[in-house]
Structures are given as structure tokens and as C-alpha cells.
Write a protein that binds this ligand. Structure first.
Ligand SMILES: [Zn+2]
Length: 291
């Protein structure tokens, strides 16, 4: 179960990993906390699909549902919604207040309740989400972390989140944080691009991140996923309102990427089964336990 904040996050964080596991026969469920209703158009070549509009909350939700369905098909995974409304990325100084009724403002128990129920129904062995910083400071990403951690810990306790007629308690075995944007990866790809005489899109990114002194988090687990990078790219492109096919995510030629960085990275945040670090499989220890 991969828990994400907005439609498109599943395609930019750990996408090839989910495609790989799905191809290997693992049941993969992407859970999207919000409908992405406050996302701006980030692709200059985006055309609003016929019969739709992209100005109202409802209009954006409908378009992004279409995009999400296409991305899930590209990855070969199932996907479902938690049903919360995008908080938007507040900008300015001072930051404006978050919009009423948004995901980030929902009390934790209210925000986590539908995810706890989903965990009890779907019964995942492994859950993935973001680290406590959200990976980047979008309030929905931080909230996504909080609800995923809450659900991971609470779903197995029958005395918590009690629902009449609800599914039985279920305890997932492992919890991971996505770390696809590690500084180590960005530097390696950046160097390889320069070495190949290409323009690197990561120079500014590395500089601003270094300036902000964001501490690097531990990578415990590397998943070989290069064979599924093309599915990841198809899934990204499916989010047509958000992803520019000429932009950041496609600036690195596939052969350079496969050569320099054929893996996706994770941090093991909790495990209820024995495992040895570093790992190359999110299900390490689980396969033995369920056999
Ligand atoms: Zn997001």
C-alpha cells in the first residue's frame, strides 16, 4: 500500500517500484489522500479534456481523476481515494491561512480514520509514505506522513478506530519512507549529465537544497527498478495538467539514468519482522514470515 498526498505523487515517488512489484504479482494499492483540487496547471502544453474545465475545485477534481486512472493503468496498480480536499501550497510572507475544510486542517483521528479502515480491508504487508518533513514542505505531504504512520500503528489494535461492522484489525509488517530525491542521487545524475556534455537540470536544485541545509535521511533499501522506468514515465505523462513532458522529470536521457541510477530508494521506518539492512526488497522478512 503506497500512501500519497496528491494524484501524480505516486508517479514521481517510487513509481517504478510499484510497477515492478505489480508485475511480479504483488497486489499494489495506491492510496491518494486528496483529489489534487488546488493544483495549478504546470504543463504549458496541457489542454483541458473536452467537456471539462480546470478552474473550479470540482472541475479540477474531475480532470485529475481521469489523469490518475490513466497513470494507474500505466503502472499496473490499483488506486483509491481517501476523499480529502487538497490544501494547496501556501505561498507568501506571511503565509496565508489554509483553506477551510482542507486535508491538512483535518484533526488527525478524522484524517486517519478512512485509511485505518482501508488498511483493515486491504491488509497490506508493507506500507510506504513520506518522511516526517513530507519530503518537501507541502502541508498535505506532512499530513500524509502523519495519517500513514497513525494508520500503520493503529490498524492492528481492535480497540482503536472502532467502526460498527468494520473490517477486523490488521497489522502491517513494515513501514517505509520514499527517498527517491536523495542528494546522492541528484549529485550522481548531475555529474553524469555534465560528463556526457549535457545540460543538467539539477544544478539549481542541488544548490538550493545545500543552502537550506536539509539533513539527509538514511537510505536502508534500494529497489532495482530500471526495467519499469518506462512505465513510470508513461504514468508521469498521464498527469497531463501537472507534468511537462519537456520538463524536469524528462531532462535525463533514459540510458544515462539506467546507467547511473537504476534503483529507487527507501528508508525502513518500522518493521515487525526480522530483516537485515541494507535491503534490496521491500518484502524482505515478510516473505519468510508468511510462508
Ligand atoms: Zn503532492
Amino acid at each position: 500500500m503506497a500512501v500519497h498526498a496528491h494524484p501524480d505523487d505516486e508517479s514521481s515517488k517510487g513509481a517504478a517500484t510499484t510497477a515492478r512489484y505489480a508485475a511480479e504479482g504483488v497486489e499494489v494499492l495506491v492510496v491518494t489522500c486528496t483529489g489534487g483540487e488546488r493544483g495549478d496547471v504546470l504543463n504549458p502544453s496541457f489542454e483541458v479534456p473536452e467537456g471539462h474545465e480546470f478552474t473550479s475545485i470540482d472541475g479540477r477534481r474531475a480532470v485529475r481523476r481521469l489523469e490518475m486512472a490513466a497513470a494507474a493503468r500505466a503502472l499496473g496498480v490499483r488506486q483509491t481515494w481517501l476523499g480529502f480536499v487538497d490544501s494547496g501550497l501556501p505561498e507568501g510572507d506571511p503565509l496565508p491561512p489554509l483553506p477551510e475544510g482542507c486535508f491538512a486542517l483535518a484533526p488527525l483521528e478524522e484524517a486517519a480514520a478512512p485509511l485505518v479502515e482501508l488498511v483493515r480491508e486491504f491488509r497490506p504487508h508493507v506500507m510506504t509514505t513520506y518522511d516526517p518533513t513530507g519530503g518537501y514542505p507541502h502541508p498535505d505531504h506532512i499530513k500524509c506522513h502523519e495519517v500513514a504512520v497513525e494508520a500503520y500503528h493503529a490498524a492492528g489494535n481492535p480497540d482503536r478506530y472502532v467502526v460498527d461492522g468494520g473490517a477486523a484489525a490488521w497489522e502491517p509488517s513494515k513501514l517505509y519512507y520514499n527517498h527517491g530525491f536523495s542528494m546522492e542521487r541528484m549529485r550522481a545524475v548531475h555529474e553524469a549529465m555534465l560528463g556526457a556534455g549535457l545540460e543538467s537540470p539539477f544544478g539549481d536544485w542541488i544548490e538550493s537544497r545545500t543552502a537550506r541545509e536539509i539533513p539527509e535521511r538514511e537510505v536502508t533499501t534500494r529497489i532495482q527498478a530500471a526495467e519499469h522506468f518506462s512505465q513510470r514515465d508513461d504514468a508521469l505523462v498521464a498527469h497531463a495538467s501537472q507534468i511537462d513532458p519537456q520538463g524536469f522529470f524528462f531532462a535525463v536521457p533514459r540510458d544515462v539514468e539506467i546507467d547511473v541510477w537504476p534503483t529507487e530508494e527507501y528508508e525502513l521506518a518500522d518493521s515487525r519482522v526480522p530483516t537485515t539492512l541494507p535491503e534490496d526488497d521491500l518484502f524482505a522478512g515478510v516473505r519468510e514470515a508468511v510462508r
